[in-house]
Design a protein around this ligand. Sequence first.
Ligand SMILES: Nc1ncnc2c1ncn2[C@@H]1O[C@H](COP(=O)(O)OP(=O)(O)OP(=O)(O)O)[C@@H](O)[C@H]1O
Length: 452
Amino acid sequence: MSQDSVPYLRALLDIVPVAVTGVDVRGLVTHWNAVATELYGIPENEILGRPLRDFFRQDDLIVLTVLETGQPVYRSYHRPRGDRHVLINARPIFQNGELLGAVASEQDITQLINLYNDLTTANFNLERLEKAVKSHGPSGAFDHIQGESPAIKEAIRMAQKVALTDATVLITGESGVGKELFARAIHAASPYHQGPFVALNCGAIPAALFESELFGYERGAFTGAEPKGNPGKLTLAKRGTLFLDEIGDLALDLQVKLLRVLQEQSYYRLGGTAPLRLEARILAATNRSLEEMMKRGSFRRDLYFRLNVISLRIPPLRQRPEDIPAITEFLMQQFAFQYGKPAPRLSPAALNVLMEYDWPGNLRELRNVVERAVILSEGDTILPADLALPPPDETGPPHFSPASAPDREDPEKQRLLQALSQAKGNKSQAARILGITRATLYSRLQRYGHSL
Ligand SMILES: Nc1ncnc2c1ncn2[C@@H]1O[C@H](COP(=O)(O)OP(=O)(O)OP(=O)(O)O)[C@@H](O)[C@H]1O
């Protein structure tokens, strides 16, 4: 190369769209172009002639590694700083067999990565919308009920069967397990799906208003009534579904009135004289034990049997811990989208905390915990501290029975959590990572979830 070519090379360095760094054999900077200045915010006059390692962490200096190993590197992905993503080419420079130094070029692909992340989030959202659209038709009604444990699958199978009939269903289960979610899915999959879904919370309305809410009233039926009258929930739910939530909270005298409607399949509005036909499918739910209440005389036996034509029990979350990884992943994506943040990942330690917690508030509590964690987490990983739950040691009585008491150092359990975290809760993928079948993975998750 002639001496004349130096100005050409200088100009070339300044117009190539990559950051160029040159070091001599001691690691002192010999070349630093305009893009490098822009990428790292370090001007050429500050860095030229100085050791490169004064400006960067040793681990981040691929060009120095190349100097040591004498091996070139091509298109190596690297994050020189938290918010920057680059692809690096680097090679040593030899002259007459002697090592002179090394050069590196770095292509900033931050924008590309950000676009990719945006695209992934957009795709996720699209899938969700597709599911939501499908779930408006009877076929996809149960799609948004997350979970693949045998317990939840059994509940879904049962609900799908009863959805096709017009039988009254009593949905039981602890608070926050998803009783209303199931009621809505049954409605959406039922012959009544084109009609409305009307919910009435029997625990939330004062007894004095219950009748007018349920049956409605005619114009001028009583003082203080809406002048136009009120159709009432039974009429509003016509050709649709009436969901009587918290049915166990209904006072005894009102239980008689509800029973009469169910027996006679007709009702009167307050102040009305013409009987109206019951044309709604009835679903009821409670988190109380109606059997216990019957024994104590606070729930009518005859109403119980009318409502409980088919009973559907939704299992609490602590009885299906194997659902926790996938549901958490689903919720993280959902809330990340809602709050306009990139979807975070869950650290194995955080997953461990979730797996061992008791979940008295079930899915509703899990939703709240994940929502808060997505909002509070800094960086791209959710850590145990973001969950605001007691760590496994402090969750009260030990969760593991002595027969299956693996402690937190149990290496098999650690591998399991690691694989699930890596697979973002996808169990097939986690099973592949571990080289075991899905069935084996499920039985291990069951074993490591507490109180089983
Ligand atoms: N399997 C599930 N997958 C995803 N989300 C769920 C699931 N089950 C419940 N949820 C969510 O958890 C929350 C609580 O569910 P829901 O209101 O249906 O519970 P519930 O049993 O009716 O509670 P309560 O007895 O307190 O009325 C809702 O936001 C619901 O969407």
